[in-house]
Design a protein around this ligand. Sequence first.
Ligand code: KET
Length: 459
Amino acid sequence: MASALASVALSTTFARAVPLPENSMVQRIGAEKKHDNPLFKGKAFRRVSMAVSVNVSRFEGVTMAPPDPILGVSEAFRADTNDLKLNLGVGAYRTEELQPYVLNVVKKAEKLMLERGENKEYLPIEGLAAFNKVTAELLFGADNSVIQEGRVATIQGLSGTGSLRLAAAFIHRYFPDAKALISSPTWGNHKNIFNDARVPWSEYRYYDPRTVGLDFDGMVADIKAAPDGSFVLLHGCAHNPTGIDPTPEQWEKIADVIQEKNHIPFFDVAYQGFASGSLDADAYSVRLFVRRGFELLVAQSYSKNLGLYAERIGAINVVCSSSDAGTRVKSQLKRLARPMYSNPPVHGARIVANVVGDPNLFNEWKQEMELMAGRIKNVRQRLYENLSEKDKSGKDWSFVLKQIGMFSYTGLHKAQSDHMTDKWHIYMTKDGRISLAGLSLSKCEYLADAIIDSFHNVD
Ligand code: KET
């Protein structure tokens, strides 16, 4: 057997590991596009040509991928044996004891599911009907006219990421000339998602390091300068990584310029209920845009607010101006999903449908969410106090309190973030983001020492 394989290898020149297979369907519909971001020019996507001999892998031309900037941090954390280590990398909620947390309402919903003896048949391509109904209602409000008029195309997705990816595939197929606009900075995976879906993107200004706040004028100017009909990716609440959200007045003005430019808003809602503790307050931006009559896209995730990280449960919602357009959009989203993953997993969808659809469980969930959001607010406050008390330089740390959601954007640059890990065993992303959801009150002082040391002693 081995010698047969060897002779095949010897007698054939296998040309390449080709990383960018083109789907004939996509090629037909979408014109070849230029990508104006560096990833596409990088080594990882180079075509590799080589002759293969015995003992040389057919995959020799496959280069090593870099670790993921967020999930790679957890891998490095697991490998660290120091007792002081602290994982503030990934945005995942931990208890005060720094243990993962399964919500009580989730346990109750799962118990119900077991008692009912639910089966494991395939779901329809669009997902569980009961889930799709409640997820759209949760987002827009059950009495919203877009729901009453059947103008929302909702498809269950593989959590937030999968839903964003499906929407990006839809944009590529139906708006081949459109560009996506993403905030600078943004959640790192947004760029990967648009890159892999071949949707060109560029950034709009968002964060102003001088004020450690929103660069509102820059944001508006960049959205204005983008080609008409671009897809503007907006974080519904609790902007990741900065924790800085526009005010209601600013949202109005953002809506004005998007309207003026005929852009299409594309919301990423990964933290509904987790930012303020209120599901309705955190849906403010999306509902404002809906009220103003936009057609828009919204990706939802239940990773954080229901702690269903590994269940991969979320949705993509497309609000259309007519129910007829909604039906057609939904049919095409299903058509995209079918060859990608066929149909979504059922477990998380049933949990959400049970929790959101049952008034008792729903109320209990809101209380648990308030507790989680409250714990994060408490560590945020304690961290600010520790930083202010311990740092004698007079630096103003109040930005920690102004930020909202799971994260704090510390302003530490890469070398300082590296120092946090190398010296202090504190794991965080290299953009200076720390997940407060992975912090306990008792670790705040240690973290404050580490931040002060890194900030003042590393250039
Ligand atoms: N959008 C945003 C803004 C976001 O922060 C995340 C996850 C997602 C979408 C997707 O989550 P999903 O589990 O696919 O529903 N963010 C955290 C985890 C990650 O990077 O995957 C994080 O930033 O740490």
